[in-house]
Design a protein around this ligand. Structure first.
Ligand code: ADP
Ligand code: MG
Length: 474
């Protein structure tokens, strides 16, 4: 192959402008004698504007400035410029006949690389998230404390005899709603319910008016009463799916209607005359012992399986740690999905211990809320973080919100809300000392005490603490 006659300079120029790195060449005085397009772009100038000017006009603290003093090569140097940009630089001196004649540098923006990296991370997580969005919510403890329970829960819809109604009991926040939904997903997975089967949730405690409740649950027919319309009840909406009756202890006087609907597998709307067939799996959840609250026949019908969720305090340490990780991951995923920020949450060992070992009377829901609030408290404001950036957050003990319940275990501490008035104004000295040792001031302490039913004013706490300090007491 024959090469055309060419001008070396224009070929080098074309070459230097075809790379993705910035290139600067200076003479022995630090004057730019060559600049490629990428460098000019980084400096937000044109090549022409930069040529024959001192390099530090465009790149203060550049590697080439340093090179003029040391006259030695500089390799792999990260440099922060005033404008907040960061570069990775290699710079080399030029000697002619042993005399220093200047130098050249080749550099690239790390911001670009890091941003690319973050975008990549973001995409990776998106893929991971969409994959993990399988048909199951993660249930921590499903191969530990909840192992037998999950097995039983699967049986409610998966046994040979066909799907059955069930009852889920457990304290508030132990995962009753979650388990009900899990059963529904499982029923769909194994084909006990069709893929488009409905899951209808009714909070039985939400109705204060029994007539409205009856219409909501069973529907109404036009003309039944003044202004009545044809309304599909929740029961009918749940046809061929799951009707989740939450807080079922509040069913009150609808129990008979419900029992009838279950027995006949049909409902009659309020004001209606016809029966409609309905085929639903009922899951009733409650914090109360339903055996004591419901009509015996209804209880018997529903409690073909009884699923009891133990409180958080009865779960293993490992599960509490897993939950901490689970909720932390969820937090990070949300921040990424919503704010496009790569958040990485770290815990000080003491903070982790405190979180895992604290007492949470409102169970997993409260645990989750306290974890979220701790991360909130340790994180900078969203508005102070650039999208697509990565930040590390470090949660220490000071970030964990005081949830008064932490002190429930305390020997001297009992809730006084239900106690007679005279007890409410007795100063709970040990609690105040404990709270003070946790770093709380008198205002916060009195507020917490008031929330727990004490009638203790701020100045009483302040006075007590002052006396304590003056060593007149204790
Ligand atoms: N075993 C568990 N694994 C993961 N998350 C759980 C678990 N149990 C409960 N949760 C979460 O805790 C919160 C409260 O659970 P929920 O089902 O609403 O409780 P309940 O209905 O008993 O009051 C929800 O955010 C739920 O997803
Ligand atoms: Mg619930």
């Amino acid at each position: 192959m024959e090469l055309p006659v060419f001008d070396k300079n224009s070929v080098f120029d074309a070459m230097f402008n075809s790379v993705n790195d910035g290139i600067n060449v200076i003479d022995e005085n630090g004057t730019l004698i060559y600049v490629n397009n990428v460098s000019a772009k980084y400096a937000e100038k044109s090549v022409k504007e930069m040529l024959n000017k001192p390099i530090d006009e465009f790149y203060p603290h550049s590697a080439l400035n340093e090179l003029m003093i040391g006259k030695q090569e500089i390799v792999g140097r990260k440099i922060n410029y005033k404008n907040g940009k960061r570069y990775l630089v290699n710079a080399f001196p030029i000697f002619v006949d042993g005399k220093f004649k200047g130098g050249f540098s080749v550099f690239k923006s790390i911001d670009d690389i890091e941003q690319l990296n973050e975008r990549l991370n973001h995409l990776e997580l998106q893929i991971r998230l969409s994959k993990s969005e399988s048909n199951y919510e993660t249930i921590i403890g499903s191969d530990g404390s909840l192992k037998n329970l999950i097995k039983k829960a699967k049986k409610t819809v998966g046994s040979l005899g066909g799907p059955r109604h069930s009852i889920i009991t457990g304290e508030s926040g132990t995962g009753k709603s979650m388990l009900a939904y899990y059963i529904y997903l499982y029923a769909k997975k194994i084909g006990a319910l069709s893929k488009d089967a409905p899951f209808i949730e009714v909070n039985c405690a939400q109705f204060t008016n029994p007539d409205i409740a009856a219409i909501e649950i069973f529907g109404s027919e036009k003309g039944a009463f003044t202004g009545s319309t044809n309304k599909k009840g929740l029961f009918e909406q749940a046809d061929k799916g799951v009707l989740f009756l939450d807080e079922a202890h509040a069913l009150g006087n609808h129990q008979t209607m419900l029992l009838k609907a279950i027995e006949t597998r049909s409902i009659k709307k309020i004001g209606g005359s016809r029966f409609h067939n309905v085929d639903v799996i009922i899951i009733a959840a409650s914090t109360k012992n339903l055996k004591e609250v419901l009509l015996p026949e209804l209880y018997q019908r529903l409690a073909q399986y009884e699923l009891y969720l133990p409180p958080l305090s009865e779960r293993t340490i490992k599960e509490k740690e897993d939950l901490l990780k689970y909720f932390t991951d969820k937090y990070e995923e949300n921040v990424l999905a919503i704010n496009k920020i790569n958040l990485h949450v770290n815990y000080a060992p003491v903070a982790m211990q405190t979180l895992v070992n604290d007492n949470y009377p409102r169970n997993i829901r409260q645990y989750r809320d306290v974890i979220n609030a701790s991360i909130d408290s340790a994180s900078p404001l969203i508005s102070d973080i650039k999208p697509y950036s990565s930040i590390d957050v470090y949660v220490d003990s000071s970030h964990i919100p005081i949830h008064t319940d932490v002190f429930v275990n305390n020997s001297s501490y009992t809730k006084v809300v239900d106690k007679p008035n005279y007890l409410k104004s007795i100063l709970p000295k040990q609690i105040i000392v404990d709270l003070k040792n946790k770093g709380l001031g008198p205002r916060r302490i009195s507020k917490l005490l008031q929330e727990d039913g004490y009638d203790i004013k701020y100045y009483q706490v302040a006075y007590f603490l002052k006396k304590l300090k003056d060593n007149r007491e204790y």
